[in-house]
Write a protein that binds this ligand. Structure first.
Ligand code: KIV
Ligand code: ZN
Length: 406
């Protein structure tokens, strides 16, 4: 939607993506499920409803609204969202258990556009220590879950939990069986944030070639951030053929979180000609949506967080401020307005130089002649050594205070 593509900044002769026809990548937001279930992020039903509206307005393709089997309150919250929110597919999570699937079906009843999301662990560690099932039993249970979900809805997603630590050949068998049972989306979660970009890309390529009837399903990535690689891994999965990415606003989620929606979307947007992929996200709503989530949960984002952090478009050093005043492209690869900020911020502090001071004084209508400017600049430097940030009001006092005639 936004015209924030800045691939014009790529060096001449840069290598475009080989995956030249990624096309549309679905954005599946799980802030209200994977995000909400993490410490410090729980929400009440009215808060969930409010945030679901914001996600629909943002242009998210699929909103995972919750895990209805976890409580009656979760069923009720899901029902309220189903009654009110339009414009996105609404998904509910269930284990491959009869009771879970029935709870999701009850919660989603009457939805205009709904998806049942069933999941089951597939890795050796989870098979042995969590499920106590052998490979055949895992396949049987996955098929049972998908078939049962299909009795309620046509849109069924199957997730192979801990897929990135599953034997690839076995993953092929599970995915093939899930497609045969009626799954329309196959999600390959990196549940514990263990993989690397090259590895996940190869896995997606391998699955697309080896899974039977792979073309009948959309492959999806769901990356956790335990090694700080969730966004990089999700982008690599797209290069490997994923056409849905599961993510959360501000990257909230279990432990170190999930792939951050705003970072993934802006990487696709800014490097559009590299990835050749588009999303439906209205990028100008990224900052307001991030802020709404922080207000609801009380969990603030770090200042230097990409895209939505307070410092994401702030410049303090003299060299950078000088460059920015000449051409914003020197130190910014996207426009702040394209992600919902009003403007870039020139922070006046001890690293700022003369050019930035002049610009600020002009903006504030406080410009002085050249001789006085030297004094004001000296006074500004002295003040900046004492304060972390020199605010407009400080500059006003400084200029007016040293202006003898006034
Ligand atoms: O991380 C994970 O494996 C999950 C699944 C339930 C999709 O959140
Ligand atoms: Zn997860």
């Amino acid at each position: 939607i936004s015209d924030a593509a800045h691939d014009e900044h790529a060096p001449a002769g840069h290598v475009p993506g080989e995956h030249s026809s990624a096309g549309h990548v679905r954005i599946f937001d799980t802030s209200l499920r994977d995000g909400e279930q993490s410490p410090g992020c729980s929400m009440t039903a009215p808060q969930k409803l409010r945030f679901a509206h914001a996600l629909a307005d943002l242009g998210v393709d699929v909103i995972e609204v919750g895990f209805p089997a976890s409580s009656e309150a979760e069923v009720e919250a899901t029902r309220r969202i189903v009654r009110e929110v339009r414009g996105s597919t609404l998904a509910a999570l269930a284990r491959c258990h009869t009771g879970d699937i029935q709870a999701s079906a009850r919660a989603l009843e009457g939805a205009e556009d709904a998806r049942m999301h069933v999941f089951l662990s597939t890795s050796p560690l989870h098979r042995e220590h969590k499920l106590g099932l052998n490979k055949e039993q895992v396949i049987e249970r996955a098929v049972m879950g998908v078939e049962m979900a299909r009795r309620y809805l046509d849109d069924v997603e199957f997730s192979a939990e801990d897929a990135l630590r599953t034997e690839p050949e076995f993953l092929v068998e599970v995915c093939s069986a899930a497609i045969a049972a009626g799954a329309t989306t196959l999600n390959i979660p990196d549940t514990v944030g263990y993989t690397t970009p090259a590895e996940i890309r190869s896995l997606f390529e391998y699955l697309r070639v080896n899974v039977r009837d792979a073309k009948r399903a959309v492959f999806s990535a769901h990356c956790h951030n335990d090694l700080g690689l969730a966004v990089a891994n999700s982008l690599a999965a797209i290069e490997g053929g994923a056409r849905q990415v599961e993510c959360t606003i501000n990257g909230i989620g279990e432990r170190a979180g999930n792939c951050a929606l705003e970072e993934l979307v802006m990487a696709l947007n800014v490097r559009r000609s590299y990835f050749n992929a588009t999303t439906r996200i209205d990028t100008r709503r990224l900052v307001p949506t991030s802020r709404l989530l922080s207000r609801i949960t009380g969990m603030r984002v770090q200042r230097n967080k990409a895209i939505v952090g307070q410092n994401a478009f702030a410049h303090e050093s003299g060299i950078h401020q000088h460059g920015m005043l000449k051409h914003r492209g020197t130190y910014e690869i996207m426009r702040p307005q394209d992600v919902g900020w009003e403007q870039s911020q020139m922070v006046m502090g001890r690293h700022s130089g003369r050019a930035a001071l002049i610009d600020r004084l002009q903006t504030l209508g406080l410009m002085v002649d050249d001789t006085r400017l030297n004094d004001v600049f000296e006074a500004f430097k002295v003040l900046a050594e004492k304060k972390r940030e020199v605010f407009d009001a400080d500059l006003e006092t400084l200029v007016l205070g040293t202006d003898a005639p006034l």
